[in-house]
Design a binder for this molecule. Structure first.
Ligand SMILES: [Cu+2]
Length: 467
């Protein structure tokens, strides 16, 4: 599948406007819900006061922070395109943060006024400066503790003003539209469009379909400007999508260029035991520099995963995952009865992850770097959710109810409608979504810390723009 849809400058301003409205609505809800965490401890050496700081060219946001005396934890994120640090003069500083990087800085502050700044030459003079006002003893449990903290009358979640929060969310939303070619200028992610793309097989004289994979570590851009060391098949996360027909002879030649041994496990596939990739029982692990050939006759099920089965808690979440399809799922009669349509219009692989170097992500990207999708009114997406992470993710697409009709590549006797589908690690769920209303429809994991932050939509989040 190509990475979206970039033919539609027309949708751009409308999409930005709608998205900004959506995000603004969220901002209001969050700010009304604001909690002054620092004051709630009721005395004693209570929890540190959390403050979110965003760095950019050339500003520290918020530029004015008030907190009670005691421990303050700054969650600092560099949303700019240059490297910055965050320093509280006399109390501490973060390391230099590259574009997109985050860090926390914990300080122990007594009452007083401190300068916040970026100490990169010239950046303070350009505007990256602010003020931290630390009030009286926050930890004594008296009235002093309640009057200070991150001032609830002036700040929304994370120490931002409501306006700053809204601006940050709009900026992130706009970045998502730019990443996806729905706005100009377009941001190009490294290797954009290759993640999960179909790999054409080499067809051997006897008809065997051979797929050559190389496991290797690459620099992977999980979100704009944020690079991590990804463990990949052929340099992309998820790895290439492999497709064969039922009855085909399939051969996967895996070359190991990782710094560790590895194996490949065709998860959920019917394979002979010696092709199952479970070292040391069914094969010896593949040493760095060595190759192994997996070969069998594909009989199903129709939706499988392939992933490492060696030091998998590291290798899988770091990116050694991919989709393997054997034939096509049958169109459920209920779908045709309910929509009058004979089949879907587009098939989407959505690999969920939450750990390792890749972290919370959809198809190896974190919002605003996630792929966004364009649909025409009336179109149907067939979405296959694959959970390659360590947690359950309840995937939620706004607007249409999904018709859940296959589990682990096997059609259900009784397809059912659901707007939120729990996808456990190792599971595959296949769902049909038919879009009936135009607009920008959010699509995200409903564990909210996996999708939404004081900086707006993040991590396991994307959207469908329906025209
Ligand atoms: Cu989740």
């Amino acid at each position: 599948m190509g990475r979206t849809e970039r033919n539609t400058l027309g949708v751009l301003s409308a999409a930005v406007a709608i998205f900004a409205l959506v995000i603004a609505g969220v901002a209001v809800a969050v700010s009304n819900n604001n909690v002054s965490e620092g004051s709630g401890g009721g005395g004693g050496a209570s929890a540190p006061t959390p403050v979110a700081i965003t760095l950019s060219e050339f500003a520290i946001s918020p530029s004015h922070v008030e907190a009670p005396a005691g421990r303050i934890v700054f969650a600092v994120r560099n949303n700019g395109s240059l490297a910055h640090n965050f320093t509280v003069e006399g109390l501490g500083e973060t390391l230099l943060l590259n574009a997109g990087e985050s860090a926390t800085l914990e300080v122990d502050a007594s009452a007083g006024t401190y300068k916040m700044l970026c100490t990169v030459a010239g950046h303070e003079a350009s505007g990256m400066v602010g003020e931290l006002v630390v009030g009286g003893a926050g930890g004594s449990g008296s009235a002093a503790g309640a009057t200070t903290t991150a001032d609830a009358t002036h700040t929304a979640s994370g120490g931002q003003t409501p306006e700053e929060m809204e601006a940050a969310m709009a900026s992130s939303a706009n970045q998502f539209l730019q990443v996806n070619g729905l706005a100009e200028p377009k941001i190009n992610l490294k290797d954009q469009g290759l993640e999960g793309a179909d790999l054409a097989p080499i067809v051997l004289p006897d008809g065997t379909k051979e797929f050559d994979l190389t496991a290797k570590v690459v620099d992977w851009e999980v979100e704009p400007g944020k690079f991590v060391k990804a463990w990949t098949y052929n340099g992309v996360v998820p790895g290439p999508t492999l497709r064969v027909n039922e009855g085909d002879k399939i051969r996967i030649v895996l070359k190991n260029e990782l710094p560790e041994y590895t194996t490949l496990h065709p998860h959920g596939c019917s394979v002979p035991n010696d092709m199952d990739g479970f070292d040391p029982f069914t094969q010896d692990a593949i040493a760095p520099g060595q190759s192994f050939t997996y070969e069998w006759v594909a009989t199903g099920p129709k939706v499988c995963m392939y992933h490492s089965h060696h030091n998998a808690q590291v290798q899988v979440p770091n990116g050694l995952v991919g989709a393997l399809y054997i034939g096509k799922l049958d169109v459920p009669a209920k779908f045709t009865a309910d929509t009058g349509k004979k089949t879907w219009d587009r098939e989407i692989t959505m690999v969920l992850n939450d750990a390792g170097t890749i972290g919370l992500s959809l198809n190896g990207r974190s919002f605003p770097g996630t792929t966004g999708y364009l649909a025409k009114k009336g179109e149907t997406f067939l979405v296959h959710y694959f959970n390659e992470g360590l947690q359950v993710h309840p995937m939620h697409l706004h607007a249409p109810h999904g018709l859940v009709f296959a589990k682990d590549g096997v059609e259900l006797d009784s397809p059912f409608y659901s707007d939120t589908i729990n996808v456990a690690p190792g599971e595959r769920w296949s769902v049909l979504y038919t879009f009936t209303e135009p607009g920008v429809w959010a699509w995200h994991c409903h564990i909210l810390t996996h999708a939404e932050t004081p900086q707006g939509f993040h991590y396991m989040a994307t959207a469908v723009v329906v025209q």
